[in-house]
Design a protein around this ligand. Structure first.
Ligand SMILES: [Zn+2]
Ligand SMILES: [Zn+2]
Length: 282
């Protein structure tokens, strides 16, 4: 956490426009790290099922299979709502509305957390209580994060991150939200947007449409920002941001992503879409 704080300070000095967002990020991270899921509920995998899935190229589990520690997630949700109240007016208003909905029993909190595993369920809940789906989803997912990461760590040993090479997460099947380059050779890894698992991918590869043609895969850089790259695909017109850890210490890719939202604006101006936007941008 100390290293992370130092990096946040550095980024704030470099990009003053991101100050508020970075302060919010730090507070949420502190809250998440202070809470650890109490008991480890084992995830049971049936051996024959596991082998079949691997052979067919499916993920080990699905989002809703992660064991959720409801108690710690509930605590974290309350803390995050408090932090959200001071972050920006829109978030403050949403937090107020969520609390009202819970108090009036329009929202069943535990059910909400369990349903948080499925985007379409969150959308339904948000529509029913006239809430901003993006904010609600952000608060729920951030509250579940410690549980999800604990589940991911349990399953890590079942997989070989170097040989999967597909465009979706081998643990939970979700799409990647970032990619990183590591080591002297600059091996490329994709990062799961849901559980954070990292797996190897080819340098020339669009995770969203599996395109590997050199001619239709291009890059975009920000001025003087050689540590960050936007990987554009001209076949599906989507992109993924790549953080180069050959020259930048590997600390927190999500933070680096958040501090380079201007590159996303650049890509979107050129007509490319980001399948999994940074949830902090909302
Ligand atoms: Zn995953
Ligand atoms: Zn593509």
């Amino acid at each position: 956490m100390e290293k992370l704080k130092t990096r946040i300070q550095q980024l704030k000095r470099k990009r003053s426009g991101y100050g508020k967002m970075l302060n919010f990020y730090q507070k949420v991270k502190e809250a998440q790290q202070s809470i650890k899921p109490s008991k480890k509920k084992p995830i049971k995998l049936k051996m024959e099922w596991k082998e079949l899935l691997a052979k067919e190229g499916f993920s080990l589990i699905q989002k809703e299979d992660f064991p959720l520690d409801i108690e710690t997630s509930t605590k974290l949700f309350t803390t995050l709502c408090e932090i959200g109240k001071d972050s920006n007016p829109h978030m403050a208003e949403q937090v107020k509305k969520i609390k009202e909905a819970i108090d009036n029993k329009r929202l069943d909190f535990k059910k909400l957390l369990i349903e948080g595993m499925k985007e379409e369920k969150i959308k339904k809940v948000a529509d029913e209580s006239a809430l901003d789906e993006v904010v609600l989803s952000f608060l729920i997912q951030s509250s579940m994060k410690p549980s999800i990461e604990a589940g991911r760590d349990q399953l890590k040993s079942e997989l070989d991150s170097e040989t999967w090479l597909k465009g979706f997460c081998p643990v939970c099947g979700s799409l990647p939200h970032l990619s990183v380059l590591k080591g002297e050779a600059g091996k490329r890894y994709l990062l799961c947007s849901y559980c954070g698992y990292q797996w190897r991918a080819d340098r020339l590869f669009c995770p969203f449409c599996s395109n590997q043609e050199q001619g239709s895969l291009n890059y975009l850089y920000g001025e003087g920002e050689e540590n960050y790259r936007i990987d554009l695909c001209d076949r599906c017109h989507q992109y993924i941001k790549t953080i180069d850890h050959r020259t930048l210490e590997e600390l927190d890719p999500v933070l680096e992503d958040l501090a380079t939202l201007h590159l996303d604006i650049l890509a979107s101006q050129k007509g490319y879409k980001r399948p999994v936007p940074n949830p902090w941008a909302a």
